[in-house]
Design a protein around this ligand. Structure first.
Ligand code: SAH
Length: 223
């Protein structure tokens, strides 16, 4: 069969590509072994479609449907590391996008709720979760700036779209001791990634690094 010799080559390329991918993550500060293992296990190639598929292993954001983007892998790694989800945790992600970040979280937490304002993105992400047999993610079309009151409170909340301020409903849906990671700032400027920890009284805010995300937009999208 003509495919056979080629499949050997492809395997080698895939292994090399994976090594390069993990090396790039480490060199950009993703050092948490659990996060690296999750990112080794979940192939980003499943979450990138059409002409961009062969760039899935490069450390860059890529376009997805509905004019949105799948985040840069090192940013996914650094955000996951800052969020530090534990195996018993319930996590809310705002901004499903391709579903890649939610799939990484699904390897580290007990249950992941993820919401996006575009029904189409939610539907396509669910198709990939099903194909990968990931069963601990619940994906819903909703305006995530209001959180998910019925499932609250959450141990961890990750927002993958930029808000001008951390949304009040999300702050109030965080458990005491819980952590929220959120990009904050104007949509067309450089934003700051913020780690918010809910204390017994009040919240602690820590600025992590500059980032650039699409804006958190009110209401459901048209697709
Ligand atoms: N985490 C994604 C990337 C997210 S891009 C991934 O791993 O691929 C940001 C996403 O946030 C977009 O899909 C956008 O539709 C969504 N978004 C923006 N505002 C929102 C809101 N108010 N509620 C829910 N999702 C929102």
């Amino acid at each position: 069969m003509t495919e056979e010799p080629r499949s050997g080559d492809d395997d080698e390329t895939r292994a090399e590509r994976k090594m390069r991918f993990l090396f790039a993550l480490r060199s950009r500060g993703v050092t948490d072994a659990r996060v690296l293992t999750a990112m080794e296990r979940i192939d980003r190639g499943h979450f990138v479609r059409n002409i961009f598929a062969d760039r899935a292993y490069e450390d860059m954001p890529l376009p997805i449907a509905c004019g949105q983007t799948i985040s840069q892998p090192s940013v996914v790694g650094l955000m996951t590391q800052a969020l530090n989800p534990g195996p018993r945790d319930t996590v809310l992600e705002v901004g499903t996008g391709s579903g890649y970040q939610a799939a990484i979280l699904s390897q580290l937490a007990r249950r992941v709720y993820t919401v996006d304002r575009y029904r189409r993105l939610v539907r396509e992400a669910v198709e990939v979760f099903d194909a990968l047999k990931i069963t601990n993610i619940t994906a819903l079309a909703a305006d995530g700036s209001f959180g998910l009151p019925d499932q609250a409170p959450f141990d961890r909340i990750l927002v993958t779209a930029a808000a001008e301020d951390p949304p009040g409903p999300l702050l109030s849906q965080l458990k005491t001791g819980g952590i929220m990671v959120v990009p904050v700032g104007q949509s067309d400027a450089v934003q700051s990634l913020i780690k918010v920890t809910r204390l017994e009284r009040g919240y602690d805010y820590q600025e992590l690094r500059p980032v650039r995300f699409v804006p958190l937009v009110e209401g459901l999208g048209s697709e």
